[in-house]
Unconditional design. Sequence first.
Lengths: 202, 304
Amino acid sequence: MTEGDRVTQGAAVGRARPRAVTEAEARPNARAVTEAEPRPSARAVAEAVTDPELPMLTLADLGVLREVTEDGDTVTVAITPTYSGCPALDTMRDDLVHDLQQAGYGPVEVHTVLTPVWSSDWISAEGRRKLTAAGIAPPGNAPTHRDGGTVPLTLSLPSRHVHCPHCGSADTGLVSYFGATACRSLYSCCTCSEPFEHVKEI
Amino acid sequence: MTSHSVSEGNVYDDNVYDAITEASDDARWAFGTGFSDPLAGIDTTVPDGVDGADLAAYSLMLADDALIMSHRLQQWCTNAPELEDEVALANIGLDLLGQARLLLARAGAADGSGRDEDTLAFHRDEHEFRNVRLAELENGDFGELIARLLVFSVWRLALLARLTGSRDTVLAAVAAKGVKEVTYHRDYAAQWLIRLGDGTDFSQKRAQAGLTEIWPYVAELFVAGPVEERLAAAGAGVAPDGLREEFDQVMGQVLAAGGLAWPEVPERAGVSGQTGRDGVHTEAMGYLLAEMQSIARAHPGATW
């Protein structure tokens, strides 16, 4: 159960509590709701929406939330896709609309912003801590591409050290560059023998 | 379900099954299939000096390459030699499908027709598809797959890297994201081709045979048609004839590392000089479209 405990801790510390607003209906959320402020700011609601595939991370942790603007009851949110084909984007859009409306806002528009393109470097320090707590190794620095130039071919494994999120060992090996979702690779630890996932550098 | 306490359980208690009980959230009935316009909220104004019809035709070419290649990769699901490669091919297919969706939407917005991605993917006929023939070829063995994926990725990466400078901000953005993705597609295919070439006699033979099989369709990748030339001149597109040098250099590097020979096979001519970019395809294309489009055509206008 250590795995589940870690996840729970990771979620409880930050603002990652999923469905925070739905829950507020039954039991008002002490953090956001006070007598003077009947509803949390649209930004606070949007920031607390979680990623459907990495539910320990909020959209703010993941770095995909670009802009939240309020105009009366109307809210406009801009999000940026992580990968071109990531199916989570549509779900994020639905969750934003759902949670903002549950918080008492009216029409919600969710826009896509394509430029500049998302990088794993945008995952916050808090997000990296939550990933590690959930048993997923956070990404290192993303490679940089020179616009328009020839991208060099990589024929050997990168010499980067991915630390095991379970025991902290740097003696780990790549099992598969591709994993259960577009953003993750599979590793295993040579010290504690545990397999683990790693968020790719992109 | 309702007895679950989110704050006391772990985060996975808040799952899609809880969510679908809320009638207002139809999209949750199937995770990730609430398709909406991938360019929602994005400025799709055609830049000055660029012809909208040309921009749409060009976007369709790049979209169809990705869509059809993605379909061939999807057909490898449950057929790959190892689970890791199964996952890899599905991931690469998903990236290409994502690129295709954005590019199809860009095409529909650029020509003013307002056709959405589904209309373009599922309701065009064979002669309206603009993909290169390399993408549509019938799947062969793993050697053929790796040879084709490498050739496709080396070429597409060279193209997308140059397209990041497009005056069309949508194409530039799709290219910038695509560069990151096709970089690891190319690495995957290159590493496998070297492993096969440098492996056993049998794997070496299969890799070489795969290259020989697809090589007749390589020359077509570098033919610049009138649409590509006009868009390149307007600073919005890339003329593919300028990509050959980089392609030869990267392919040469991989073939040398894998001890494989540069294939010496003649080019497969088109029909009266017309090939994939002109909507003239191989026999395999009709069967591919029949499969890919059958559901959408059996239920026209259906949403899911």
